[in-house]
Design a protein around this ligand. Structure first.
Ligand code: GUN
Length: 292
């Protein structure tokens, strides 16, 4: 079994991006500037946004963090999005999800200028992705594709089962892995909460990707010997043995599954760092697409 070390792969990408920043500086070009909007105090969202800002620092990107209380009216948030769309110093920005229930996430996502939508959540970018046109790929699926590519995992002709059909992971990833490209050319099954015979379907998977947010959902009896396992889950569970009182748990029962598979991504240190690395790649691309 080989560990799909997202932490190491993401560090490599950050090094490459830092070199690109240095090169831009030498050429007197603008340094990429990412803004992140964070609403509320959800622990997971706060730590993800902090990691995004700290990745910018490490690479040499500029970053701006904009925070609002969870009671912020939708209109104020929309105004901020419009302002960031117009702000020439900002090359790309994200609004961290989920948002409080009184705010319409789709409305916010659709208000973002597609050229600055480095999360790749705008319908125009999702449409471009389907048609293989230039645009931004959503960070988590793009990070998984990079993890597969950089670890030389063969995908062509393989059976790939994705569990979870979310707009930001499962659905876009099913398209990326199915298209005629490398990585890609998989035969993809997108499984979800209504899927019948899930265990039998998972047992057919050469590549099994779990993105449902249910700790330890994938057990050893669902995994074919030699399969590639990618775990997208990041649920915080109470853990009194840790100083902070919790730990991150993936969707895969790692201890039981690891001995059966060829590759497996751990939680933490697998997909999470890759999501952040691909957001950084998108931020550099935002500048390049503008021709700056
Ligand atoms: N919430 C969970 N994943 C993401 C992500 O990739 N981007 C944003 N903006 N919010 C998220």
């Amino acid at each position: 079994m080989t560990l799909l070390d997202g932490k190491a792969t993401a560090a490599q990408i950050r090094t490459e991006l830092a070199q690109a920043v240095q090169q831009r500086k030498l050429e007197g070009k603008k340094i990429p500037h990412l803004a992140a909007v964070l609403v509320g105090n959800d622990g997971g969202s706060v730590s993800y946004v902090n990691s995004k800002v700290s990745a910018c620092d490490q690479i040499g990107f500029e970053s701006t963090l904009i925070r609002y209380d969870s009671s912020v009216p939708e209109e104020i948030l929309l105004d901020k999005v419009r302002q960031l769309n117009e702000d020439k110093s900002i090359d790309g920005f994200i609004v961290q999800l989920p948002l409080p229930a009184h705010i319409d996430e789709l409305k916010i996502t659709q208000a973002i200028d597609p050229k600055k939508d480095v999360d790749g959540f705008h319908p125009r970018n999702l449409g471009n992705m389907i048609l293989n046109l230039p645009g931004f790929l959503p960070a988590t699926p793009a990070g998984i594709m990079a993890l597969i590519e950089r670890n030389n995992i063969e995908t062509e002709g393989k059976n790939c089962v994705i569990i979870g059909r979310s707009n930001i992971v499962g659905t876009p990833l099913s398209i990326m892995l199915g298209r005629n490209a490398n990585p890609g050319n998989c035969t993809v099954t997108l499984a979800h909460s209504r899927t019948e015979n899930l265990k039998e379907i998972c047992l057919q998977a050469d590549i099994l990707i779990a993105a449902i947010g249910q700790p330890n959902f994938v057990t050893a009896d669902m995994v074919k010997t030699g399969a590639v396992i990618i775990d997208v889950g990041t649920t915080r569970v109470d853990d009194a043995t840790r100083e902070r009182g919790w730990r991150l748990v993936g969707d895969v029962d790692f201890e039981a599954v690891a001995p059966k598979c060829s590759f497996i991504s751990p939680v933490p240190g697998g997909v999470g760092p890759m999501t952040i690395a691909s957001l950084m790649m998108n931020t550099l691309k935002a500048m390049e697409l503008k021709g700056k």
